[in-house]
Write a protein that binds this ligand. Sequence first.
Ligand code: PEP
Length: 248
Amino acid sequence: MSGRKFCVGGNWKMNGDQKSIADICKTLSSAPLDPNTEVVIGCPAIYLMYARNLLPCEVGLAGQNAYKVEKGAFTGEISPAMLKDIGADWVILGHSERRAIFKESDELIAEKAQHALDQGLKVIACIGETLEEREAGKTNEVVARQMCAYAQKIKDWQNVVVAYEPVWAIGTGKTATPDQAQEVHAFLRQWLSDNISKDVSASLRIQYGGSVTAANAKELAKKPDIDGFLVGGASLKPEFVEIINARQ
Ligand code: PEP
C-alpha cells in the first residue's frame, strides 16, 4: 500500500442542467461511497453553488478552470478567490480541452496553478500526450515538459493532484490499458523523484483519465502508481459510484 488516498474526480465539462445535476447529486447522496476514496466533482461554474448545496458535504467541489489573478478587467473569467467564496475547494487546470480548444500554454496553466494554490485551492493539474505524440514515441518527453512547466511555478505540491490523461483516450472509448497507464505513471513518479524530491514522488497522487468506466476501473485501480481517476462521460452516470468504489 502506498499510503496515498485514492482520489476520484468527476469532470462534468459543459454538461448538465438543474434537473440532471439534482439527479446526479441524489445518486451520490444515496449511494454508499468508499470512505477511503476522496471524491471531487468538477462542475460548470454557473452551477457550482447549486451543486454545493446538493452534494454530500464530504464530496469536494471543483471549478473546471480559473484565471491567474484575483480580480479585475478579465471579462468572462472567474478567479480562485471566487471559487473559494462560493464553497469550491478545488480547481481542474490544464485539461486537454483547455489546451487544444482554448490554446492555453504550459506556462499560463502553471501560472494559474500557482495562483490557485496561493489562494488556498487544491489543484488537479492535467497533463497528457496526443495520439500523434504517442505514435512518435514522445509520450515521456511531452509529459515531462508539461510537468517541468508546473514545477517552474509550483513550490509546494501538498495540495496538488496530477491527472495523467492521454488525449487519445479522452472521450473516445479507447482507454489506456492498465499496463500502458502504469508505465507512464511510473515514469512520472521517477520524474518527480529526480526533479522535485523523493517525498513529493512518494506522496503526490497521480490520477489516470481517459474513458474510465465501471467496466475498466477495477483493473486500472490495481496498478501501484494509479492513485485515482479523472472521469468525464461516466461521471454523469450512476456508474460513477462503481468507479469511486473501484478499490473495494
Ligand atoms: C476528462 O474529461 O477528463 C475525461 C477523462 O473524459 P472521459 O472520461 O469522457 O474520457
